[in-house]
Design a protein around this ligand. Structure first.
Ligand code: ATR
Length: 278
């Protein structure tokens, strides 16, 4: 049996086991996937377990370990290296390799949205947070072709956002502007919540958008997919803005992880959508 895990804390929200076990069954692969709640001090042993147990083949890494896991890995893919963020681990020829499938997953969802909604070639985006997945969002947005991008970032702990934008993620000319917490610019096209706030139902970001006078076209995008509608999205909907949750990004990062493990290019069909739409 090939065993796979998703590790995080909290982990109760994760639908990764539902999706990957569905694909193992559908494609007749002898595999089993489960979630594990870990503490930071468990990370080293977890990677040693993968290294030493021939029945464990890989893992997904989620909040808050996407950066912290890197210390224990042998190699990084180029996306993982650039973002210093790992969401997928592959065991290959005895080596434990960290990959990042969040960048391409976010990229595909945002490209589709922009294509359908925005004719103009300029985009003002506000990124909220500076945690493990934020570098993937920045890396994707700065590399959008033919788009004149202005990026803003704010994080409760401003220093972390400052360190992130100086970390070599972008060239100096494309560096996001770091704002004070709550200093919300007008005329934004996209506002993205990359924090973990909302994973626990009814949690709210302490940010006041009531004076935000953007167009109705402004998209509020929460990377959280479970719950399906966080307070960040509910409030935006009440203000008349567009909303999008992280469901498609979640499915795409899972699809790319599954491909790394099995070489199978899975379909995101209605059956899969129904599984995550619970
Ligand atoms: P880490 O912070 O260890 O990288 P993460 O889960 O990947 O872990 O990131 C959590 C993100 O959610 C951070 O941006 C964090 O802000 P801080 O850097 O100030 O901690 C943000 N976050 C968590 N709780 C928050 C809250 N109550 N209000 C605002 N932001 C919060």
């Amino acid at each position: 049996m090939n065993n796979y895990f998703v590790i995080g804390n909290p982990i109760v929200h994760s639908l990764s086991p539902v999706i990957h076990n569905h694909w193992f069954r559908k494609y007749n692969i002898e595999g089993h996937y489960e979630k594990r709640k870990l503490e930071e001090e468990d990370l080293k042993n977890f990677i040693n377990d993968i290294r030493n147990n021939k029945n464990i083949n890989g893992a997904n890494i989620t909040v808050p370990f996407k950066k912290k896991i890197i210390n224990f890995l042998d190699e990084l893919s180029s996306a993982a290296q650039t973002t210093q963020s790992v969401n997928t681990i592959v065991k290959k020829n005895g080596k434990i390799i960290g990959h990042n499938t969040d960048v391409s997953a976010f990229n595909e969802t945002i490209k589709n949205y922009i294509k359908n909604k925005f004719d103009n070639k300029s985009l003002n985006s506000l990124i909220i947070g500076a945690g493990g997945v934020t570098s993937s969002v920045i890396s994707s947005l700065v590399n959008l072709n033919n788009i004149n991008n202005t990026l803003y970032i704010m994080n409760r702990t401003k220093k972390k956002a400052e360190d992130l934008v100086l970390s070599g993620l972008t060239s100096a000319s494309k560096r996001p502007n770091v704002l004070d917490w709550g200093d919300i610019p007008q005329n934004l096209d996209i506002v993205i919540n990359t924090t973990s706030v909302g994973l626990v139902k009814d949690e709210s970001l302490n940010l006041d958008f009531s004076n935000y006078k953007g167009t109705n076209n402004t998209l509020f995008y929460d990377l959280i997919y479970n719950p399906k509608e966080t307070n960040f999205l509910t409030d935006a909907k009440k203000r008349g803005n567009q909303i999008k949750n992280g469901q498609m990004m979640f499915l795409l990062q899972a699809k790319h992880a599954f491909h790394l493990w099995t070489n199978i290019d899975v379909e995101i069909d209605n059956e899969v959508l129904k599984l995550v739409d619970q």
